[in-house]
Design a protein around this ligand. Sequence first.
Ligand SMILES: Cc1cc2nc3c(=O)[nH]c(=O)nc-3n(C[C@H](O)[C@H](O)[C@H](O)COP(=O)(O)OP(=O)(O)OC[C@H]3O[C@@H](n4cnc5c(N)ncnc54)[C@H](O)[C@@H]3O)c2cc1C
Length: 368
Amino acid sequence: MAAKAITIVGGGLAGLTLGISLRQRDVPVTVWEAGHYPRHRVCGEFISGRGQETLSRLGLRELLERAGAVSASTAAFFSATQSSPPRSLPTRAICLSRFVMDELLANGFQMLGGELRIGQRWPVVGVRASACPDRLKPELQPEGVVRATGRRAQTEENGSRWFGLKVHARNVPLIADLEMHISPRGYVGLCRVDGGAVNVCGLFRRRASEGDTPQNWPRRDLRGWREWLRGQNGSPLHQRLAGAEFDESSFCAVAGISLRPQRAAARAECCVGDAITMIPPVTGNGMSMAFESAELAIEPLAAWSGGEISWAETRQTLAYRCDAAFARRLAWAKWLQQMMLAPSLQNALVRFVARSEWFWRTAFERTR
Ligand SMILES: Cc1cc2nc3c(=O)[nH]c(=O)nc-3n(C[C@H](O)[C@H](O)[C@H](O)COP(=O)(O)OP(=O)(O)OC[C@H]3O[C@@H](n4cnc5c(N)ncnc54)[C@H](O)[C@@H]3O)c2cc1C
């Protein structure tokens, strides 16, 4: 029997990694990607966690390293008034711009014979859920279709709106490979990426009543994003970025972020990456989860393609594997982010990271 074809909706990290790994097993695959390559994405560009092993197993890590991925081995934390000295990362991370990485994977997928439909949006039609007639839920995908469409947009969560901003800069002196600057309105991560640039990426929240988020900003409202990313006057972040030369062509923004953990088993579709759920970006583990979930999907999808199991079994197996792999780290990450964003705890947290090796290692390891 001829192998059944798989369609992957979304050519981001999860979709392309899955596409590559299925092509490595000769499964026929088409990836639909609404956008184009190369493109900048809002992302800290800091890959930390088990996904690095996935990349090695799939032969992709070397590809990223050859493209200039920078190795990171230290991190330092800052609040508006406190700072921790650089600490060793219990395991190394790698940093590579999404501008380079997504295109690299897209080319790799095509070189393996995958069909990539660039600039084509798969029609995810909304249908009214009977239990909740005011809200739209995505229509079930037909058999053989995997959802890798990234985060599910949500305008508001507990009265707050989350949004992310990212820009590359030069002339930013760092004392550690990753610097994490926290403030009551969010956090900004700084890390070196390929080509000698420093990625400046922040996650912020606004009360819904405060009005505009980036979706509504004019495309190049420079004053707005600079102020958010630079942080409070006099803070260590503000000092770091004092002489920064921003590459404005790399600026991007995203709004409607939901950080409430979801279970894969609760999804009616076969999903990988952020389409399952998003882990708080402070962990630097979202890309890892995209790679890991793609790897977890290979075997069930290849078995479905070969006619060995049904689509329902495929979906259940993948969901079970993802929940088993991610549930604990999602719970820890939620807790960590809540602590980081509580203004009364921020200084104490930075002091704690500075003094307690146990706390640092535990927080690092449990969120990966
Ligand atoms: C502020 C911020 C900072 C972050 N920092 C980090 C970090 O430092 N480290 C880390 O590991 N992670 C980080 N992340 C998370 C990381 O970016 C995501 O986890 C990762 O991009 C998920 O990959 P994905 O493939 O699931 O989704 P994406 O990379 O978002 O890809 C989804 C793709 O699907 C396409 N698509 C959507 N709908 C359709 C459709 N209907 N038809 C066709 N195509 C479609 C989109 O165009 C997109 O290309 C951060 C996220 C944010 C918001």
